[in-house]
Ligand binder design. Structure first.
Ligand code: FAD
Ligand code: S2G
Ligand code: ZN
Length: 425
């Protein structure tokens, strides 16, 4: 998505954000908060004449308590920069995205980003301890607690996690960073069927348990995409499904023993056809690249029809098969990959340029299919501009009605990221 704006403001402090919003609110000037601009549903893109408020210059790290692991920073800090910073103190960020090099922690919170480590460290609703937010009228809401437990009244910070810039501008963050693992292993396995992928997942939870830190799927069509478009190569021969399993623990010997026993079991029982294990950082990075660079690889085809859905695991790959049958002939490719551990499928179709006939084949069929399985039409990317009118496929009328009342209470002039997240009706 692309948009234009006459004004991009780059405040450095909370006070500047407050002054900007006070000014805009009094004059009913619409604004769109913008972090790293890596969002995938058009949430950070101006639709008409909104003023862009960029957090690019709000990138100070305020404090890090390496005993409690609590990091306090401004909203415009880039995720990769934060990871480097906390890593020096033997800590790690509790989430990781392929967009880490550009996305801001404020944008991650506004979209309630999930990512590659959610299986291990949970969602931002659990790791974010406090927020500082500037409200539509310029008022500064100070909820920047650094406490793990604080049961005094409504936990207001949760309102802003996943609010996509529609309830306030996040300016400060307090987040709990776990210990950095001493030992990381990545296994890359080939499976003959999706039911074998699910058997592998079940075994990984039973046998790897507390050291399991990621369980990702890429299908054969995904592998072909990174091979054809990025010239990457697979460390194992061709299979219909590939599983990337990461373990993160504190004792290399213990983890290796556990992982070897797990892999032996998978091979002996025929759940897995073949696989490789990487412990050395470059090999680990190369294997992760096959998964993390899929978004980049897909762009080379031209137009991407991107779907980020939550499904019951029994239905997870059925949607890819249904879409391949329905739209495969009209597209370059239909691929399925994602965070199996979270039940989060990324389904992408591509054509060389946008085609309405293909879009008509996909929507609303795909949303009806997901809602028919009681899934979610947006697992982690949010609704933004692109998906807001399909919200009723995953939220009840009573829920959307209360969301609208909250929006009106907190932004009566409707200046905060209008046309996003909430439906037009
Ligand atoms: P932007 O794109 O700038 O903004 C996103 C939304 O947040 C907009 O609605 C914007 O208005 C709002 N916003 C931004 N900053 C603030 C603020 N300070 N206060 C209030 N509102 C704000 N997402 C996942 O969840 N999981 C993934 O695994 C994942 N992988 C990705 C991989 C790639 C290669 C790419 C390109 C994207 C990926 N994403 C993923 C999507 C995207 O990175 C996330 O949605 C990310 O959280 C967006 O952060 P950002 O700073 O770029 O926000
Ligand atoms: C991922 C983002 C990219 C995409 O890679 O996990 O969340 O292709 C996605 O949708
Ligand atoms: Zn994802």
């Amino acid at each position: 998505m692309a948009g234009t704006s006459q004004v991009v403001l780059r405040p450095k402090t909370t006070d500047e954000v407050s002054a900007i919003l006070k000014y805009c609110n009094e004059r009913k000037i619409a604004v769109v908060p913008q972090g790293g601009n890596t969002g995938l549903v058009g949430g950070s893109v101006p639709v008409f004449d909104e003023v862009v408020i960029s957090t690019q210059l709000m990138n100070n790290i305020i404090s890090l308590d390496d005993l409690s692991g609590v990091l306090v920073c401004q909203a415009g800090c880039v995720l990769a920069t934060l990871e480097d910073h906390v890593s020096a103190y033997n800590l790690t960020m509790p989430y990781d995205l392929g967009a880490k090099g550009s996305c801001h922690i404020g944008g991650n919170i506004a979209t309630n980003a999930g990512g590659l480590r959610l299986l291990r460290y949970g969602s931002l609703h659990g790791s974010v301890l406090g927020l500082e937010v500037v409200l539509a009228n310029g008022e500064v809401l100070d909820c920047l607690s650094t406490l793990r437990k604080d049961n005094t009244g409504y936990d207001l910070k949760h309102l802003f996690i996943g609010s996509e810039g529609t309830l306030g501008v996040v300016t400060g963050v307090s987040i709990l960073c776990p210990q950095k693992p001493n030992s990381v292993n990545v296994a890359f396995l080939g499976c003959d069927s999706f039911s074998r992928v699910l058997d592998t997942f079940k075994q990984s939870k039973q046998q790897l348990a507390e050291i399991l830190s990621a369980f990702e799927l890429i299908d054969a069509a995904s592998m072909l995409t990174v091979k054809e478009n990025l010239n990457l190569s697979s460390p194992i021969e061709d299979y219909p499904f590939y599983v990337l399993i990461e373990t993160s623990g504190s004792d290399g010997n213990h983890d290796k023993e556990k992982l070897d026993r797990f892999l032996e079991h998978l091979m002996e029982t025929g759940i897995v056809e073949n696989g490789t294990v990487a412990t050395e950082p470059t090999k680990i990075q190369n294997i992760w690249g096959l998964r993390e660079r899929l978004a980049e690889a897909l762009m080379h085809d031209g137009y991407n029809y991107k779907y980020d859905v939550s499904l019951p695991l029994s239905k997870f790959y059925g949607l890819v098969e249904a879409m391949r049958e329905r739209a495969g002939a009209a597209t370059i490719r239909v691929i399925g990959y994602g965070h199996v551990g979270d039940g989060n499928l990324h389904l992408n179709l591509t054509t060389s340029e946008y085609r309405q006939d293909v879009m008509d084949l996909i929507e609303p069929y795909i949303y009806d299919w997901v809602s028919g399985c009681h899934g979610s039409i947006s697992a982690e990317h949010g609704l933004g501009f692109k998906k807001k009118d399909f919200i009723y496929h995953s939220k009840s009328k009573s829920a959307v009605s209360l969301m609208k009342k909250m929006k009106h209470l907190m932004d009566p002039n409707g200046i905060l990221n209008p046309y996003k997240m909430l439906p037009s009706d």
